[in-house]
Design a protein around this ligand. Structure first.
Ligand code: FMN
Length: 337
């Protein structure tokens, strides 16, 4: 399973409708109650915030996607240029490949395109069971000039992927050692099946500084790997998981309820600025998009920027629609039911 071929196929298949599966993101159960008298100047609505002590123009981020494939270099450059222009944070795809091969390092070196925004490096947590050391992770962070690292938890994906890394035993202990060894914030994310409150607490207890729930409702990694798989047994088993996962909205409400001070990112099936606004109102501090932005990133930075402007306007309109002048007002609104 050549890693570069795999990454290219991930991009290709995750753009197909079938990669969506049929799980819900949970946001349709909520509605905002319109406020006809917002008592606000639309143009003065402000959704700026902070991430890892950096001021950012928006609470949005591009979720960890790609790198290490031919197409990924263009995609990542397009994403980085657009994110810098609009003040979005940028998640990198799994940065493990740069430990293995120097060829694709340039697809992860995006600081020159994105000098001011938060950049988040990414690694499969399971790699800690397959020989990746804290020193190697430090090198990854240096090479990418990242502000933070996020470890992804992708158990089900690894099972369907050919020769996947499926030993997920004793990971908490390894994560604990890693968070102690690093001097930047280390977060944890799923890749589309969600992190619940129990696991958020277990992760917090081993030094995890932020959680990206990456719940269901969007890209389904059992579906993506099903589409790639040549193995008829795995293909059939993957099909049964097309509706698997904890809905993103539910992960947020559970974690916010149990861990009121957790630093929380919402992602997984976020379609638009309305879903994003609901996520913020339900307890998220930031909101991430993956698949939706990928469809623009294969085109050009301008396509990404235009798409970002739509998401920002949708958020601003929700805030106007409920009379929330800034993010703290949106987060404490009682106009969600
Ligand atoms: N998540 C990771 O943590 N690391 C990755 O390397 C990674 N690669 C991805 C590649 C592609 C092409 C896509 C679409 C997603 C990838 N993801 C990866 C998962 C996303 O970060 C996100 O958690 C997931 O797609 C759910 O968000 P969505 O419904 O908006 O797509």
């Amino acid at each position: 399973d050549d890693i570069h071929k795999r990454k290219s196929e991930h991009i290709q298949y995750s753009l197909s409708e079938e990669s969506l599966g049929h799980a819900s993101n949970g946001f349709d159960a909520y509605r905002f109650r319109h406020n006809a008298l917002p008592e606000l100047d639309f143009g003065k609505i402000n959704y700026q915030t902070f991430m890892f002590d950096k001021g950012v123009r928006t609470p949005f981020l591009i979720s960890s996607m790609t790198g290490g494939a031919e197409m990924a270099e263009t995609i990542n450059r397009n994403l980085a240029i657009a994110a810098e222009e609009r003040g979005w944070a940028l998640g990198l795809g799994s940065t493990r490949v740069i430990l293995e091969k120097k060829d694709f390092l340039s697809s992860f070196q995006l600081r020159s395109y994105a000098p001011t925004i938060p950049i988040i490096a990414n690694l499969g947590a399971v790699q800690l069971n397959y020989g990746v050391t804290a020193d190697q992770v430090k090198r990854m962070i240096d090479l990418t000039e990242a502000d933070a690292l996020v470890l992804h938890l992708n158990s089900i994906q690894e099972v369907i992927q050919s020769s996947g890394d499926t030993n997920f035993a004793n990971l908490l202990e390894k994560i604990d050692l890693l968070t102690t060894a690093l001097d930047i914030p280390v977060g944890a994310k799923e890749v589309g099946f969600g992190i619940d409150a129990d696991n958020a607490r277990r992760l917090r207890d081993v030094g995890i500084a932020f959680i990206d729930v990456a719940g269901s409702g969007g890209t389904s990694w059992s579906q993506v790997e099903k589409l790639r798989s040549q193995d008829p047994i795995k293909k059939q088993a993957a099909e049964a998981f097309a509706g698997w996962g904890n809905p993103t909205a539910r992960c947020l409400t559970e974690i916010r309820n149990d861990l009121p001070n957790a630093s929380l990112i919402a992602s997984g099936g976020i379609r638009d600025g309305l879903d994003a606004a609901k996520a913020l109102a339900l307890g998220a501090d930031h909101v991430g998009f993956a698949r939706k932005v990928l469809t623009e990133a294969v085109e050009s930075p301008e396509h990404v920027v235009e798409w970002m402007k739509v998401k920002e306007l949708e958020l601003q309109m929700v805030m106007f629609g409920i009379g929330a002048g800034d993010l703290s007002a949106l987060k404490s609104t009682d106009r969600i039911e």
